[in-house]
Design a protein around this ligand. Sequence first.
Ligand SMILES: Cc1cc2nc3c(=O)[nH]c(=O)nc-3n(C[C@H](O)[C@H](O)[C@H](O)COP(=O)(O)OP(=O)(O)OC[C@H]3O[C@@H](n4cnc5c(N)ncnc54)[C@H](O)[C@@H]3O)c2cc1C
Length: 426
Amino acid sequence: MKMQRREFLKTAAAGSAALALPGCATTGGASSGKVVIVGGGYGGATAAKYVRMWSDGKVDVTLVEPNAEFVSCPMSNLVLGGSKDLAFLTVSYDNLAKRHGVKVVRDTAVAVDPDKRIVKLASGTELPYDRLILSPGVDFMWDKVPGLNNADAQARILHAWKAGPQTVALRRQLEAMPDGGVYVLSIPVAPYRCPPGPYERACQVAWYFKRAKPKSKVLILDGNGDVTSKGPLFKKAWAEEYKGIVEYRPNYVLVDVDVAATTAKFEVHDAVKAAVLNVVPPQRAGAIARAAGVVTANDRWCDVDFLTFESVKVKNIHVLGDAIQIATGMPKSGHMANQHAKVCAAAVVSLLAGQPPNPAPVLTNTCYSMITDKDSVHVCSVHRYDNEKKTVLPVAGAGGVSQAMSSTEGAYAFAWATNIWADTLA
Ligand SMILES: Cc1cc2nc3c(=O)[nH]c(=O)nc-3n(C[C@H](O)[C@H](O)[C@H](O)COP(=O)(O)OP(=O)(O)OC[C@H]3O[C@@H](n4cnc5c(N)ncnc54)[C@H](O)[C@@H]3O)c2cc1C
């Protein structure tokens, strides 16, 4: 099977553009060159695989990522609920190297020289590039929560907003909490990574309390004026499935934390003491975006040309995923980062072949939220490039939200996760 496929690819690559997407040319000037990708998460790992596939293996791709394995944020709230463990969220990078020929380098990018087109790594290695793709996700703005602006405090008051050791540590805090305690979840003012993620988290912790600690409470203190995604569906779940367990309070803008007293402080409301305090801090593009000079919006996010995801400021540097300044109605989600990656990969392969990118890309998004261990709700949308406005806009009438939570949607949610992990890394 493998040989046949390789032969087919060789023939197709030599003879025609049969395998290429629209706007992703391999005829005429064939694609070649060096692409360096920083960040092996939802955006970067997808871009690495698809640049290799859509260039028929002609473009050299190096992926820089410090973590040994990919750990998914989507589905990580189930670890807090206790129905899944970290192994369920963890996928190897091996197939990117073995099947797709991506050079996976375990390191951290620390600087970029856009004139010489070189990325510098923490180890001292320098990687030259023709096109650089940054998908570093988010960094936390600790300066906005002074009490948490040191490593010791951050080890005690957790965010668990990057799946991995913090997810497991927060689960342990919940397990150690005596029954009758209050778990407080602080949500930052939007935009932040995964709009529905905090509300899903509240449901998962409530699912655990309902079974194991029935006298305990989940208190959501939201910096926003209302639930930012799937509001009616979450509120129904809190009123029915988690009646008496979950309390929601809007307009709680966090200004600081007293770590020793496990107490959250707010702009206009009284301080709130928690048994377990979980602070999702305000966020901005990962530090390497700043180092590369591509942060252009509010000193936080990176504006891009949505036809190519190239920075509007620095040539030959593309930015994907949570780090970008989003278009109207575009969530900061793993599914959306995957879509950014595909538009960008196709454009980069075309540009390296001296061809124009696809002039009319379409992107989709679906976000499932697990209400229990088995039941889910979703929101989905379609986004199309508008040539007049030079941005991506939601397509009216496309997409929508679930009517009600169900176990059928729960099964779809697990299938979504399995599929996107395979699409990204298999
Ligand atoms: C609790 C939770 C639940 C979520 N649920 C969903 C969901 O159900 N559906 C959904 O679509 N999305 C969901 N999301 C959102 C999703 O996780 C993010 O939108 C997605 O991960 C963004 O992809 P990214 O590539 O921008 O960043 P990431 O996936 O975070 O990848 C960034 C990568 O870059 C690496 N990196 C950073 N800096 C450097 C550097 N200098 N050098 C090298 N590597 C670097 C990091 O180690 C990381 O691996 C959820 C998020 C959370 C927190």
